[in-house]
Each structure stands twice: as C-alpha cells, then as structure tokens.
Design a protein around this ligand. Structure first.
Ligand code: ADP
Length: 636
C-alpha cells in the first residue's frame, strides 16, 4: 500500500516543533497577562464609573448639607440686629446704670432662651460687656473686655461681624454673630449672639456622614469626626500661626495640620484624599481614602467638605475586576478547550480521510491485483493443461523410449543370450543324441544321467528367457521390489559375463523392500552391473561393491566398480540418451537414461560419483516401503 505523499508530507521537525514550543512557552504567560490586564481594566472602569456615581450622589448630599449648614447659620443672622429695637439696650449703652443693666440682662436672658442660642450679650463701643444673657453664671461675660475680638472690631466699624472662635472665658467653641447697634446713624454699641453649631455635628454623626466645615483660615471648626476638629486643612506658615494665636480665636489650641498622605484630583470639584487610618477605629487598614467634595457656604467665608469613603467602592470594583478576570479566564479556557477539540476533530477527520483514501487505494490495488491474479491464474491453468498434455506426451514417449531401450538392450544382449542359449543347445543336441544311443545300447543309467543334465540345461535356458521377458515387460511405477531378489535376478541375467570376467562381488546391503516395480529395479541393476562389467574389461582383478544404506525415508544402493572410471566428457553427458563410449554395436547409450527415468518415475534418483581411487560409483536412491528400521546407519 502506498500512502498519498501529500498526507504524510510534514514540515521538517526543527521547523514544526519550534512554533509549537514557542506557543507552549509563551502562550500561558501571555494569556495570564491578558486575563490580569482585563481584570485590571474592569477594575479601573468600575472604579471610574463608581467614582462618577459617588461624585454625583456626593454633590447632591453636599448641596443638601451645605444648605442645612447655611440655614442653621442664617437662622441667627437677624438676631443681633433685633436688639436695636429694644429701647433699654440703647439706654444702657448711652447711660449705663445697674438697674438698666439688670433689665437688659433679663431681657437678653429671655431672648437667648427663646432663640436657643448659646449666649447673647451687648458691648459698648470700647468692647466691654454691658449686659449678657449668662449674667447669672459664674463664668459670665459681664464686664469683660472683648475689644480684641475680630467680630467686635468689624461690628463697631459698621460691618457685620462673623466669627468662629473659642471663648476665652468658657473655652467653649461657638459661632459669633455681631452687629453694630446704631442710633441716629451712630454706632453706640455692639450686640453679639454666640451660637453653638454642635447640633450639626451630632446630625452628621447620626447620618454616618463624614463632613467638616473649614473657616477662612482653613481651620476645621465643625467636624463629624472630633479628631479632625481644629485642625488646619492647609499648611500654616509660622507667621499665620502666630497671628492666629495672638487673636485667641482658637484660644491656645495647637492647630495641627490635617495634611492628607495623598491628594489626587478626580473629577471637577472632587478629589481623592488619603488619610492615615484612625487606629482606634480601624485596625484593618493603615490608611483610608475618601472622595472629598467641597463647596463654599453662602454668606460665610467657610467651606463645607464632604468625605465619602472609597473603600466600599474600591472593594466593589476589585470584586468586579476579579469577576471579569475569572470570566475571561473561563472564556479563555473554554476557547482553548474548544480550539483543542476542533484541532482533534480536524486531525481525526484528516486521519479518517487519509485512511479512506488509503483504503480506496488499497481496494483499487486489490481489485487490480485480483484481476492480474485471475488472469495469471487463467494463464497458469492453461499452462498446467499444456504441461499435463506435454507430460502425458512425454510419459508416453518415455514409455515408448523405455520400451525401445529394453528392446535395444535385448538386441544388445542377444549375442550373449544367443551365446548363452547356443552352448546349452549344442550340449542338448550332443546329450540327446548320446542319450538315444545309450538307450539303444541299454545303458539306461548313463541315459538317465544325460536326461538329468538335459533337464538342468533346459531349466537354465528357461530362466534366461524368463529374465529377458521380465526385462522387456512394461512395469508399474508404484510397485514394490525386494532388493536382494532384484540383485539376484540381475546377476543371473548377467551370469555368463560375470563368470567369464572372474569378478569379485561384495554384497554389503540389506534386503529391503523398496517402492519400485520389481522388474524395473532389476532392469536398472542389470544396466548398472552390465556397465560396470564393461568398464572393468581391462581390469585383471575386477571387483564390484554393492553397498546399501538408509537415508531418511530412502534407501541408497551404491554400485561401485574398479573399472576405468569416467572422463570429463562422459561425466557431462552420462545421462543423455544415446551417449555411449562403447565401440560399434556394443553400446546404444540408452541404459543410464532409462535407468534414471525409471528411478525418477518411482520417486527416486540415480547419480554418478567419483570414488576414492579408481572406478565409478552409481548411487541409486529409492523410496523405502514402510518405516525406516531403527538403528540403521546412513550410507557413508
Ligand atoms: P551404453 O552402455 O549403451 O553405452 P549407457 O547409458 O548404459 O549406454 O552408458 C553410457 C556410457 O556411460 C557408457 O558408454 C560409458 O562410457 C559410460 N559408463 C556407464 N557406466 C560406466 C561405468 N561403470 N564405468 C565407466 N563408464 C561407464
């Protein structure tokens, strides 16, 4: 089977491996980076939109609370100016006396109670407290000189005094609103209302709002977180610090700076401030980030700042970033899995297609081969038929040849047969004539002896003719032969020549039953022994060895003589028909050819070998009938 070269064609290993290696090495970190980047991107987007939403809601809250603060402050704006309406206040300022003072004190006390302000008091143009609502208290302002207060200085000049400060008497913080009391276009004194704004802080705390109000100096005067109170939101130079300290606005408060660890502008009017975490409140974090939005408060130099913690937003953004990263990782994983599966499927499909193509090719080739086989089978069948016919013809020809050979042998042997028969015939003629005469003479004993001799001679002649008939008869390819009997018959047939040659015979074989027709074996042996006798004609001491031995399922008879042996020419053409070296009518050149074909027809063989020394060995190998007898040797 030949595969399609395009299917097995691949890039050289070094080139095919590299991209895959690069992919395996770099793809996972790249994907990881991509997933992290997407997660981070989602985090940033979520944070951005979160901050935007937070800014929007923060702006609304800031507006709301700024208005609340403004209304809280503006609620008291009119209060100091109300004192202008009270005659006793003007009278006290113009001509102070204890009674009048007591009257104004009570008035202020009542007014203060109703307006829910902290203290209301009146100062003369020198800044001395003429009357106060807290006149009963031990730390009453009565008689105090508050001319150093900025709100007094403003109000006495005719501008409304607004001031947040810490009281020098009580040490209590408050918002001071001062108003210059006019009479006939002249300022005769100053009315001051001190308001506590703690309620705002309490409200922010209840609403869990982080906010603070910073004043014109940047000092936080109101804060939902007490820790931030009276801290500066911007750096204070030593000069400013000194000025503020001298004004006693914040009493002797240290005025530390509330400087953020980090400040970053986000959107318009909003920035991110990071403060160190309040260790007592938040032990988890070391710093806290806020979205800070600031708005100036109307009618005041103050600013309200709303702080919205960004921690929840950041946590939410981180969660979303993580979610996106996980989803991306999942999608990436699914994509990789899908891609791998697609590759496996396409590989399988390609393999299946290749297999199908190979299969088709194979089937086509099988069909082709089958066709070839069928054709060659037909050819073979025809050849077999021809062979059989040829074999048949050959066999017939062989049979004819064997027969012709036999006849030729008979012709060849006729001289010796004639000689063999003539001798007894002559003896018979003499003996019979003598016998007649002996009977006539009455010598019956001699006649009887002669008759016995005649009988023996006739027997001998009968045996000769019987052998000759047996040789000439057609045999059976699949017969059985007794080796001893065959040797005996052959020697008998050649007895005359054997005797005349004074041959020494060596019998070294087993009388075995062989798978060949008896007559055919005899014919072969007659040929072999006859040839040996011919070859030993010049030998003064002719010797013939008949040596047998077992070889597997065969028996080998080696017929060896000490004759003239075979020259190269004879060895080459030995088994060819009509090859003979014998002179004149003596040889036909058919003996060995026929013998070999008779042996082959019986499933055996005939070959010639050169023995050690002189002579020739003919090896006749024939199938055994029955099992190989145990313990028998193979031939040497
Ligand atoms: P023929 O005997 O009629 O010549 P064969 O086929 O029997 O025909 O023998 C062919 C030849 O083989 C003989 O002429 C002889 O030269 C040679 N040959 C056969 N047997 C022997 C032998 N035992 N020794 C030497 N030569 C032999």
């Amino acid at each position: 089977m030949k595969c399609d070269p395009t299917l097995s064609r691949a890039a050289p290993p070094s080139l095919a491996v590299k991209p895959r290696l690069i992919r395996h090495l770099f793809l996972p970190p790249l994907l990881l980076i991509l997933v992290i980047a997407l997660g981070f991107g989602a985090y940033r987007i979520s944070e951005h939109y979160g901050i935007r939403d937070l800014s929007e809601s923060g702006a609304r809250q800031l507006e709301l609370h700024a208005r609340t603060v403004e209304s809280e402050i503006s609620k008291y704006t009119y209060l100091p100016s109300i004192l202008e309406l009270e005659d006793s206040v003007g009278q006290l300022l113009n001509s102070p006396n204890p009674e009048l003072q007591q009257q104004v004190n009570r008035y202020l006390e009542g007014l203060n109670r109703r307006s829910l302000s902290r203290v209301i008091y009146v100062l003369d143009t020198t800044g001395r407290v003429m009357a106060t609502s807290n006149w009963r208290d031990a730390d009453s302002y009565q008689g105090e000189d508050l001319s150093f207060r900025a709100y007094f200085q403003d109000a006495v000049r005719g501008t409304p005094g607004r001031f947040y400060g810490i009281g020098t008497t009580t040490g209590e913080s408050g918002y001071y609103l001062a108003h210059g009391l006019e009479e006939k276009g002249r300022i005769i004194g100053v009315a001051v209302v001190k308001v506590r704004l703690d309620t705002l802080e309490a409200r922010w705390q209840r609403a869990r709002l982080e906010a603070f109000v910073s004043d014109e100096n940047g000092i936080i005067i109101l804060s939902s977180d007490p820790a931030r109170r009276l801290k500066s939101v911007r750096p204070l130079t030593p000069t400013i610090k000194e000025r503020l300290a001298r004004s006693l606005q914040y009493y002797w408060w240290p005025l530390n700076e509330l400087v953020p660890l980090e400040r970053q502008s986000l959107t318009e009017g909003a920035e991110e401030l990071t403060f160190p975490a309040n260790a007592s409140v938040d032990q988890e974090h070391t710093q806290v980030s806020y979205l800070a939005q600031t708005r100036p408060l109307n009618d005041t130099p103050w600013h309200l700042t709303l702080l919205t913690p960004l921690e929840d937003l950041r946590r939410e953004a981180a969660n979303q970033g993580m979610l996106v990263a996980v989803v991306c990782a999942l999608v990436t994983f699914l994509l990789i899995a899908w891609n791998e599966r697609r590759k496996v499927i396409s590989t399988r499909l390609a393999a299946r297609e290749a297999l199908q193509a190979a299969n088709d090719e194979l089937e086509r080739k099988i069909a082709e081969r089958t066709e070839h086989l069928r054709a060659s089978n037909e050819r073979l069948k025809a050849q077999i038929r021809e062979r059989r016919q040829a074999e048949e013809t050959l066999r017939k020809a062989q049979d004819e040849l064997v027969q012709a050979g036999k006849l030729a042998a008979i012709g060849q042997m006729s001289t010796s047969i004639a000689h063999e028969l003539n001798q007894p015939l002559a003896a018979l003629r003499t003996l019979s004539g003598n016998t007649v005469r002996f009977i006539e003479r009455g010598s019956l004993d001699i006649a009887t002896t002669n008759l016995r001799t005649i009988n023996d001679l006739v027997d001998r002649m009968g045996r000769i003719t019987a052998s000759l008939r047996a040789f000439a008869r057609r045999g059976d390819d699949r017969g059985q032969a007794q080796l001893g009997k065959a040797v005996e018959a052959a020697l008998q047939l050649l007895a005359g020549r054997v005797e005349s040659s004074a041959l020494t015979l060596h019998h070294e074989y087993t009388d075995t039953l062989l798978g060949i027709d008896q007559t055919r074996l005899e014919q072969i042996l007659v040929n072999l022994i006859g040839n040996a006798l011919d070859a030993m004609q010049a030998q003064p001491l002719p010797e013939l060895w008949l040596v047998g031995g077992y070889s597997e399922d065969r028996y080998q008879l080696r017929v060896r003589d000490n004759g003239h042996g075979l020259d190269d020419q004879a060895r080459k053409h030995l088994f060819e028909p009509f090859f003979t070296t014998k002179p004149g009518e003596q040889g036909l050149g058919l003996g060995l050819t026929l013998s070999a074909s008779l042996a082959a027809a019986a499933g055996g063989s005939l070959s010639a070998e050169q023995p050690e020394g002189t002579g020739t060995v003919f090896v006749l190998s024939l199938p055994l009938v029955g099992a190989h007898p145990p313990g028998t040797d193979t031939p040497a």
